[in-house]
Unconditional design. Sequence first.
Lengths: 363, 85
Amino acid sequence: MSIISSFRESSRAKPIIDRIHQRDTGPVSIMEFCGGHTVAIFRSGIRTVMPVHVQMISGPGCPVCVTSNGDLDRAVALAKTPGVILATYGDMLKVPGSEESLMQVKAQGYAVEIVYSTLDALALAEAHPDREIVFFAIGFETTSPAAAAAVLQARDRGLQNFSICSVMKLTIPGARALLSMGEVKVDAVIGPGHVSSIIGSDAWRFLPEEYGIPVAISGFETLDLLAATDALLRMIEAKQPDLVNTYSRIVKPGGNRKAWGAVQQVFELRAASWRGFGEIPESGLALREEFAAYDADRRFDIRVAPAPEHPACRCGEVLRGVALPPDCKVFGTACTPEHPLGPCMVSSEGSCAAYYHYQRQQR
Amino acid sequence: MCLAVPAKVLELRDNQMALVDLNGTQREISLMVLDGEAAVGDFVLIHVGYAIEVIDEEEAERTLKMFEELGTLDEEDAGELSAIL
Ligand code: SF4
Ligand code: SF4
């Protein structure tokens, strides 16, 4: 659809870039929470056209990256449980747990299946009535409706061999945790577009209201990101922190109530452990008692030892925005996308991978 | 990970499923968590096999215009505009 490609036209970008350069703000740090934005910002070259006083920093925006080693080890243990087929999104496969990745487990002959959708995981359950299909569910708000929908469909179809191991997390408690730590100076936030399509742009009002930080919800095209950046600088300049939604073609103030309603029907909040942050209260999604039959944590008694992270890996600091990937001693040497030591190098939206692929061209 | 892509609805099917054209390939996706109705010809945003939004083309055009004007307007007008953006 041509209207979408219009958001990429460079002729339209020039006036916004000029505008950005005229803003009188002093040094500012703008954080994007979303790994999809990290990649889009690199790919479009936006960093290279920013004035020197505007710094773009990446936050904890990728659910692959923030998955803790302990949770990964649980997935590995589930995959090795007799009778189980572990299904998960491809993003997760190469992430090293404390001992091994799911890819290595698969190579040893255990049943680990990559699925594109929970619909495929349900199809697996129907095709293999003699096996237990466990869906290892990662993701933020955007991805959680697909997991909720799978549980509801499993119940409707009377599937007895389908369950979910949920390590899904919510971005708002994550953002609050990061800001409350106060380690990193954040003057403005680019709000995640697709997360907000589910929970609504209004969910981010706490940033200006409680923290005095302006937020602009943005799409993933060059123009979206430039317009969002400009709106943030304008609010900083005017000292009027507020919420701006530059992605209104997708994001509504109240979000997608049907999708979020399904998530709330199936899941409840619990504490979750985030790489780099530790345990954050009420930041994770767990199946409600009513859906216990579909909860892998209840169906299988999996216990794993407390899991250390790789001693050299600085993913935790990268995710909190206090270190840049090149600050890590093994970045680009021992740790590369082919041989990742930490998840930020595995995930296509991880900060380390984005730096590895794009930074050479740009600095 | 929350990568979501626009696709055109080709056919509505049983069980809240739909056939869509996703960059030239046909795929069956679920409309189960879509708020509201999608019609044949609509563009929907797909994430992990589920449509999560109908893309609002009029809103897209309005936004584009707004981006354009923002570049030329003076400070105060821009301030007003971005409140609606
Ligand atoms: S999972 Fe969503 S919020 Fe995270 S990086 Fe991907 S697109 Fe962004
Ligand atoms: S370069 Fe590798 S080891 Fe270092 S922080 Fe990034 S992912 Fe971790």
